[in-house]
Design a protein around this ligand. Structure first.
Ligand SMILES: *Cc1c(COP(=O)(O)O)cnc(C)c1O
Ligand code: SF4
Length: 449
């Protein structure tokens, strides 16, 4: 059957990639071809990669001679630092905004353009820090900001307020305070070591953090959030893997955004982790003009699974200052999810989430598969648009019995099962109105009229 082309099918109807704000003499990244020879054999040494990061406009110009005037550029990196490992720079194929790696790594003056609804810390992480460096938002897990250093500073970073502004790591004293808090809160069973990029730290420093966490018996799972497999795959050394292995269960969550990042080096880095029994999953950020395309996302997810990396989250870009030019409408993510389901194994499909402003946490967003319901049937639709009636059992069963402890604070689930009858927002007129009346009633000594 022929279908009429819609605007979504028509590449030319897409809004064009905004014009480069840096004047480019030509688009070829001619300096990059010689990058690999610059290592004098140390290309595969992660410390060499770290100390030879591209950090200044002059250094960048050496590798990308096409960059001409860099005065504007200086202003951007004064606010949001630049660092690009030679390895990651070598993945740039065209030195212009059509190139995904270029866009993710090379600063743009558009980073200085912020609409008023953006914030430095839209997730309000600073409000959820009981001790400095530890974000405790969800009942059972916490996130440790272990360092502010990354191998490459992603232009789309959600922690632009932290990453690269200084390059420092958590002190032993602070780690002690964090450990004490965790020991005091046995409900926390899962700690995510994040940053910055924790794998930019020395293996000894990483081991210190791991052993501190493991000294708290209530911690079951340790996760490491790192972009090292993407921007510094040389970091995944046998020595590091051996250390991680000693503190099992350790999960690694990495951050591939584009198929161009799925190189042999990256694949080997992930393989070293997975072969050692360290599961690797991936968080992608949906980025305008970089990966906001259903077919491209399919290719990325397939590539990840081939590398034994499980696509975990697809993030809507946060409302963070300096990233607005990379943000897509929410509908683009939903459209991508619509495309993936049915075409791709569930194993390869990430959960699309919005990390809500004001510290609301991660909210999954999906196309709706429920068309309608009645007390006896649910009408579902599949990815092809087929409608199916799903009959409920004639006798609704009680849920299976279980005597495990339930969390105390009510949420929407408690509403759904009738354990709570309402959740009332705090700042509505209703609240002040009712509060006033309650006080009045009490002061009238129990007389109802
Ligand atoms: C994302 C996040 C977590 C982990 O969430 P998961 O859904 O378990 O991956 C924990 N704490 C904070 C503050 C987070 O932002
Ligand atoms: S590696 Fe992570 S923390 Fe560092 S700049 Fe990239 S997104 Fe931000």
């Amino acid at each position: 059957m022929q279908t009429a082309p819609t605007s979504g099918d028509d590449e030319s109807a897409e809004s064009p990639v905004p014009l480069a704000t840096m004047p480019l003499r030509s688009s070829r990244a001619s300096g990059l071809a010689t990058l690999k020879q610059t290592g004098n054999g140390r290309w595969h040494d992660w410390r060499w990669q770290m100390s030879n990061r591209i950090r200044t406009a002059a250094q960048l110009q050496k590798f990308i001679p096409a960059l001409a005037d860099t005065s504007e550029f200086e202003k951007v990196i004064a606010k949001y630092p630049m660092a690009i490992t030679p390895y990651y720079a070598s993945l740039i194929r065209e030195a212009n905004l059509s190139d995904p790696v270029f866009q993710m790594a090379v600063p743009q003056t558009r980073e200085l353009w912020d609409p008023p609804f953006l914030a430095e810390d839209p997730l309000e992480e600073e409000e959820d820090m009981p001790v400095r460096g530890l974000v405790h938002r969800y009942p059972d897990r916490a996130l440790l900001i272990a360092t502010t250093t990354c191998a490459t500073y992603c232009r789309h970073c959600t922690r632009k307020r932290v990453a690269g502004t200084r390059e420092c790591s958590i002190s032993a004293a602070r780690m002690q305070a964090v450990t004490a808090y965790l020991a005091d809160h046995p409900e926390i069973t899962d700690v995510i070591i994040s940053g910055g990029d924790p794998l930019t730290m020395s293996t000894a420093a990483i081991e210190h953090i791991l052993s501190s966490l493991r000294s708290v018996p209530s911690i079951e799972v340790i996760r490491i959030g790192t972009r090292a497999p993407v921007t510094l795959p040389q970091r995944i050394t046998d020595e590091l893997v051996a250390v991680l292995r000693r503190y099992q269960p350790v999960w690694v969550n990495t951050h591939f955004n584009h198929p161009n990042e799925l190189t042999e080096e990256a694949g080997n880095a992930c393989a070293r982790l997975v072969d050692a029994g360290i599961p690797v999953s991936n968080q992608t950020v949906l980025l305008r003009g970089i990966n906001d395309n259903p077919q491209l996302m399919e290719q990325l997810c397939r590539g990840l699974v081939r590398m034994r990396v499980r696509p975990y989250y697809l993030f809507q870009c946060d409302l963070v200052r300096g990233v607005e030019h990379l943000r897509t409408p929410l509908s683009r993510g939903i459209e991508i999810m619509e495309y993936l389901r049915g075409r791709l194994s569930g194993l390869a499909i990430p959960t699309f989430v919005v990390d809500a402003p004001h510290g609301g946490g991660k909210i999954p967003v999906l196309p709706s598969y429920i068309v309608t319901t009645s007390p006896t049937h649910t009408v579902l639709r599949n990815f092809e648009g087929m409608l199916i009636n799903y009959p409920d059992p004639v006798i609704a069963p009680e849920p299976s019995k279980c005597h495990l402890r339930m969390s105390a604070a009510p949420g929407v689930w408690e509403l759904a099962v009738g354990k709570t009858s309402m959740i009332v927002p705090e700042n509505t007129h209703r609240h002040s109105r009712r509060d006033g009346r309650a006080t009045e009633r009490l002061s009238r000594s129990g007389d109802p009229i």
